[in-house]
Design a protein around this ligand. Sequence first.
Ligand code: NAI
Ligand code: MG
Length: 357
Amino acid sequence: MMNYKIAIVPGDGIGPEVIGQTIRVLDKVGEKFGHKFEYTEVLAGGCAIDASGTCLPQETIDTCRASDAVLLGAVGGWKWDTLPGSERPEMALLGLRKELGLFANLRPALLFEDLAEACPLKAEIVEGGLDIVVVRELTGGIYFGEKGTKDTDMGLAAYDVEQYAEEEVRRIAEVAFDMAMKRNKKVTSVDKANVLESSRLWRRVVAEVGEKYPEVELNNLYIDNAAMQMVRNPKQFDVIVTSNIFGDILSDEASMITGSIGMLPSASLATGNFGMYEPVHGSAPDIAGKDMANPMATILSSAMMLRYTFGLSDEADAVESAVKKVLADGYRTSDIAKEGENAIGTVKTGDLIVEAI
Ligand code: NAI
Ligand code: MG
């Protein structure tokens, strides 16, 4: 029997609620397929600030490093909104990405057949479903560049620097092309090479990497055009590779055309098979503690963990099929339920998925 060590970071708000159901699902998978998942729970975010004064305690980093994978809920909430930027719970995410070397963020945007009615685009635009993966660079670019303030003749100015090194672009491009080889052999690289020097370097390096993958078709799009194409003709996309900030925005846009943020998983990968898995959504303080959160995004994130870090694809398929079955049987949490439809809660959703597995 294989033993898998998972660091569990529930975080704040609905984080602990969606993580709780995901652990039940993993336990069921373990029981059915004969694996042992060993969990170590650690603090990050607002709860860590309250407990220890820092959003990312060293113990959390050490535990994550000593594990095979990390499963995270969400961090942040109204209670900590008045803290200065550098002390906010969300800094824990940036810290974990950096400390764990998680440079590639994978966000699938999958339109579930049974949720097609939740898609805000016209039916004919998404006919036949959608299956896009946004591969976002996660540890470089403007979020990590030099920042500061200075006096100017227009008053105080603040600046953030967008910078990319060739090696940073090369490794994220390789993740995207490798993924394309396992999918439909199509990569769209998104940048702003008409005005940004950093984007011109990005475009050159992506093209160089592409030469090693002659079977993969490479297209380049400017970010503004890509944002437009995403709602005009999203079916043209398969794998999208882009920088940290453009990927942040574009993956949120891609996710909304699939219905609800409560359905969307994500993976952040380092070299080797190490990864951190988390839902795309935040801590949803407006519904926290009310048994209303949709746990599917986190449960689907755990399926990605089974597939990408543990190499357990049958197990991952079992989780994804269970989610699809629950949707096909007509069950919906309030974020995806139609007007007037009876919504089920977080725990009930967990019950049904466990039962389906
Ligand atoms: P959010 O994703 O937490 O919530 C946006 C809206 O979607 C809310 O109306 C919420 O109720 C709903 N929602 C989100 N997840 C849901 C789920 N699983 N089921 C049903 N409904 C769901 O984003 P928001 O409101 O901008 O941020 C709230 C807090 O979360 C902030 O402190 C923010 O900084 C933090 N945050 C944390 C993230 C993370 O930990 N990865 C990512 C995004 C935001
Ligand atoms: Mg975002």
